[in-house]
Design a binder for this molecule. Structure first.
Ligand code: LER
Ligand code: MN
Length: 273
């Protein structure tokens, strides 16, 4: 299991509340590496405006992997979602999804996350699940050509109107029926929607679909600042031989650096135990 911290890329305009670490992009990487992260999850909205070679060389210089290319800022920073009432925005979202896949491929990131970026069923006329399924089946073809996977995130009911639980995510993923499409579980959302800590991880791992894990405490603070038992979660993931990233996606409280440092300290000691 590897540890990652979510950071935003330089073109993302507002400060994303769940992206950590302050400073320039290089400074963020420097701090993440110094504090012991194995990788970073990059939250981006317009990957095309970035210099991909330069990003890759900064990462190599700091010996950091890319845990994921995250789409979480698409809705937050730009209001762009795959299901949207405006067909032009839907088309833009689709083309951004292909950009994220290519960016992930160039940086060697194993997954592209699809959480709030999928939008809401209420946004579209007709069956939004079928519309999304078709978008993802097409995108999966590109992802498979480039060796990238798509991780659908189960998100709590207050942030979206479908796929709240692992079970719902796995049923949808079963319908999509593509090897490159799997599940992302986030402890913050699980704490609201699930009835067990172990079953969701087990169900996903059993069918080879546990692609990625986000973590944050129940109050979205660093582990240990709320009520979730992260030692138990680490044990569950170890028992499943989860080899992917545990990626911190939590609030910058008291500040983006302290939250990242505390998170890495706590999680390192749990992983070593
Ligand atoms: C949002 O709450 C979240 O967990 C992100 O990963 C969403 O896209
Ligand atoms: Mn998440």
């Amino acid at each position: 299991m590897k540890l990652s911290i979510t950071i935003q890329t330089p073109e993302v305009e507002p400060v994303v509340p769940v992206a950590l670490i302050s400073g320039s992009f290089e400074e963020k990487l420097d701090k993440a590496a110094t504090w012991g992260a194995d990788g970073v999850e990059l939250m981006t909205v317009k990957p095309r405006v970035l210099d991909w070679e330069q990003v890759a060389s900064c990462l190599t210089q700091h010996r950091l992997q890319v845990a994921a290319i995250a789409s979480g800022a698409m809705l937050f920073a730009s209001g762009i979602t795959l299901l949207h009432r405006d067909p032009e925005i839907m088309a833009l979202a689709k083309s951004r999804l292909y950009d994220l896949i290519e960016f992930a491929s160039v940086l060697g990131a194993p997954v592209v996350t699809i959480g709030s970026f999928r939008g809401r069923l209420a946004n579209v006329a007709g069956d939004g699940q079928i519309i999304l399924l078709q978008i993802l089946q097409e995108a999966a073809e590109r992802a498979e050509q480039l060796g990238v996977r798509l991780a659908i995130e189960a998100i709590n009911r207050f942030e979206t109107d479908f796929i709240h639980t692992a079970q719902q995510g796995l049923s949808f993923i079963h319908e999509v029926n593509r090897p490159s499409v799997g599940l992302l579980l986030d402890t913050f959302h699980m704490n609201i929607e699930e009835s067990s800590w172990s079953l969701p991880f087990q169900m996903a791992a059993r069918v080879g679909k546990l692609f990625h894990v986000h973590f944050g405490d129940n109050n979205r603070l660093p582990p240990g600042k709320g009520m979730i038992n992260f030692a138990a979660i680490v044990e569950i993931l170890k028992s499943l031989d989860y080899q992917g990233f545990l990626s911190a996606e939590l609030l910058s409280i008291p500040d983006p650096d302290t939250a990242a440092r505390q998170t890495l300290e706590t999680m390192h000691s749990l992983l070593r135990a």
